[in-house]
Design a protein around this ligand. Structure first.
Ligand SMILES: NC(=O)c1ccc[n+]([C@@H]2O[C@H](COP(=O)([O-])OP(=O)(O)OC[C@H]3O[C@@H](n4cnc5c(N)ncnc54)[C@H](OP(=O)(O)O)[C@@H]3O)[C@@H](O)[C@H]2O)c1
Length: 297
């Protein structure tokens, strides 16, 4: 199949592009940065907000893996309009299948970024196209990035009551590739990591793996999203699950999934992976919607 990947330069896209190539698909990748084709990857310039370049990118594709997101930082500002534009143009182009990536719990805790993800899910479901929605839990790589930035502080705030189910982006990519090969499922599918960890274990394991010592500052984050996370609404017991644990991602017993091939294929000037750590919301590693100043517990 020829598959268009939006968000191809992102954390998940960087793993999905090589996974699709490995499965024998042709890959067309969309980015707001102009890039030369490389190997079997055909790069198309395009912007989902303005719609520029998107029609051309959709021409002749059998499926779209729609991963592009404005992220939590921009609080979903592009996710809904960008998805709307993509779907309109995909329908005009007669694309048989759109797979959209969302977040576990978007239906149960539709606050902040997740509210935008849920709204975009609805657009996909009502598009009249063949569709699949994969809801994933937070990626190892994303949590690692946020903790690394947080550790710049002398004390590390930790909300022990929050529940996390980290999953490896490479395993999510493998699942996305399998779902694309299977065709439209017309349902939402959850995919989470192998373990549910409290905030304390998440942070302590990371500090140990990073050979860092920080004073932990116990906090309790307010807000409806954090309450939902505390209650386990952002986790899933759906099978299959990822197999790589947070511990093994940070301290691999043997090389697991290399990110090198991925970055060779997708790193670009606008890729989130190549951006400096300037996120003002990096104070919270569990997501930032409804972020309010933490209160001491
Ligand atoms: N990160 C997580 O822990 C996590 C967890 C669960 C679900 N997800 C979901 O997985 C998907 C991928 O997340 P990610 O973390 O891999 O994303 P990411 O690293 O933040 O990458 C975002 C991507 O979106 C593209 N993009 C942004 N604005 C665009 C626009 N206007 N037009 C075209 N492309 C645009 C960027 O491409 P260019 O800069 O090259 O244009 C980039 O490749 C998202 O749907 C997200 O909600 C993520």
């Amino acid at each position: 199949m020829r598959i268009l990947v939006t968000g191809a330069t992102g954390m998940l896209g960087g793993a999905l592009v090589p996974a699709l190539l490995k499965a024998g698909h042709e890959v067309r990748a969309l980015s707001r940065a102009k890039r030369d084709d490389r190997g079997n990857v055909e790069w198309k310039w395009g912007d989902l907000v303005s719609g520029n370049g998107v029609r051309e990118a959709l021409d002749g594709v059998d499926a779209v893996a729609h991963l592009a997101t404005g992220g939590r930082r921009r609080r979903g500002a592009m996710d809904v309009p960008g998805t709307r534009t993509l779907l309109l143009l995909a329908r005009a182009a007669g694309v048989p299948h759109v797979l959209f990536t969302s977040v576990v719990g978007a239906d149960r805790a539709a606050y902040g970024y997740l509210r935008h993800k849920l709204e975009a899910e609805r657009l996909v479901e009502e598009s009249g196209l063949g569709w699949t929605i994969l809801r994933a839990t937070p990626f190892h790589q994303w949590l690692h990035r946020r903790l690394r930035a947080l550790a710049a502080l002398p004390v590390l705030p930790v909300d022990r009551s929050l529940l996390f189910q980290p999953v490896h982006a490479g395993e999510v990519a493998t699942r996305v590739a399998a779902l694309l090969s299977a065709g439209p499922a017309h349902r939402e599918i959850d995919y989470g990591g192998p373990q549910i960890l409290g905030g304390d274990e998440l942070v302590q394991t990371w500090l140990h793996a990073s050979h860092l010592h920080r004073t932990l500052l116990p906090v309790r984050y307010p807000g409806r999203l954090r309450a939902a996370q505390r209650a386990g609404e952002l986790t899933t017991d759906a099978a299959p699950k990822g197999e790589i644990t947070w511990h093994d991602y940070l301290m691999p017993p043997a090389p697991i999934l290399s990110d090198d091939f991925a970055s060779e294929h997708t790193a670009s000037p606008t890729s989130p992976a190549t951006q400096p750590e300037q996120d003002p919301d990096l104070r919270v590693y569990g997501g930032d919607e409804g972020y309010e100043r933490p209160t001491r517990s």
